[in-house]
Design a protein around this ligand. Structure first.
Ligand code: ATP
Ligand code: MG
Length: 262
């Protein structure tokens, strides 16, 4: 899954793209024959860029993210990523029989971090997601927001250059989600990660991203794209966030009217 390399000013080679999706289509076999879910999608995610993928339910967002993650293969087109991406989903997918700390250490072990270094690194990652002291807590002892923080720490433990997030905060209440938006923005700025974040929540997309890509439905195609120039940290209730959200919602509504809703 190598990507193209370019020479930086100091002569070192850097990846030109964190992810490169080129003319990707995906069909699934259905009762009425092959169903085209994604049609000719091309997206480049630059190193360090934060992109949100927005679209109505069933338009193919998760399908596209799974393809980028390498969990499934495109029917046509190619996808390259700068190393193996880390994933975070709506459900935390933590192992309930392990503590928060051990869940993170498992990811560190899979990455080949020596046993003696794992504890310290896990503690540092918990601190990064502001869960200092939660190392020994089991999953059932944590709130929904805390679980998603542990899941974020576990994803970060992989030290991937690209983080793929599929509606990771959708099940949380609005206030907890707000706090996690702040945390994610801070971590993104601190780490220089590239993020491809899927959501059907327009305000969330605008709150987080440098670029919002809107997918149409049936089949999923790129309908439009916005560059978001509003400085961070943003708040979901900021006037510029609200204004752009209204504009995007109008376009999204038009897409849903044209293609029908599931
Ligand atoms: N493995 C599969 N086999 C057959 N059809 C599938 C498969 N995976 C997804 N689909 C179909 O592809 C379409 C897009 O699904 P997908 O889960 O990608 O949508 P989504 O945009 O993530 O929706 P949501 O916002 O509800 O999560 C749906 O019609 C779904 O039924
Ligand atoms: Mg989905």
């Amino acid at each position: 899954m190598a990507t193209t390399l370019a020479k930086a000013a100091d002569g070192t080679e850097v990846a030109e793209h964190a992810a490169r999706i080129e003319h990707v289509s995906k069909s699934f076999a259905g009762p009425a024959g092959q169903q085209l879910v994604l049609d000719d999608i091309s997206i480049d995610v630059a190193p360090g860029e934060f992109v949100t993928l927005l679209g109505a339910s069933g338009c193919g967002k998760s399908t596209l993210l799974n393809l980028v993650a390498g969990l499934d293969k495109p029917s046509a087109g190619t996808i390259t990523t700068d190393g193996r991406p880390a994933l975070m989903f709506q459900e935390h997918a933590l192992f309930p029989w392990l503590t928060a700390g051990k869940n993170i250490e498992l990811a560190l072990r899979l990455r080949g971090v020596p046993k003696n270094d794992r504890r310290e690194k896990a503690e540092a990652l918990l601190e990064l997601v502001r869960l200092k002291g939660a190392y020994g807590k089991r999953v059932h002892e944590l709130s929904g927001g805390m679980r998603q923080r542990v899941a974020m720490a576990r994803a970060l433990a992989q030290e991937s250059k690209l983080l793929l997030m599929d509606e990771p905060f959708a099940a949380l209440d609005a206030i907890t989600r707000d706090v996690l938006h702040d945390e994610l923005t801070r971590i993104w700025e601190e780490t220089g990660l590239s993020v491809l974040f899927v959501t059907h929540n327009v305000r969330e997309a605008v709150r987080l991203a440098q670029r919002v890509i809107l997918l149409s439905s049936r089949p999923g195609r790129i309908a439009r794209e916005w560059t978001v120039g509003i400085p961070q940290p943003r708040r979901i209730e900021d006037a510029p966030v609200a204004e752009l959200s209204v504009e995007i919602t109008e376009v999204l509504r038009g897409e849903i009217r044209r293609h029908g809703q599931h």
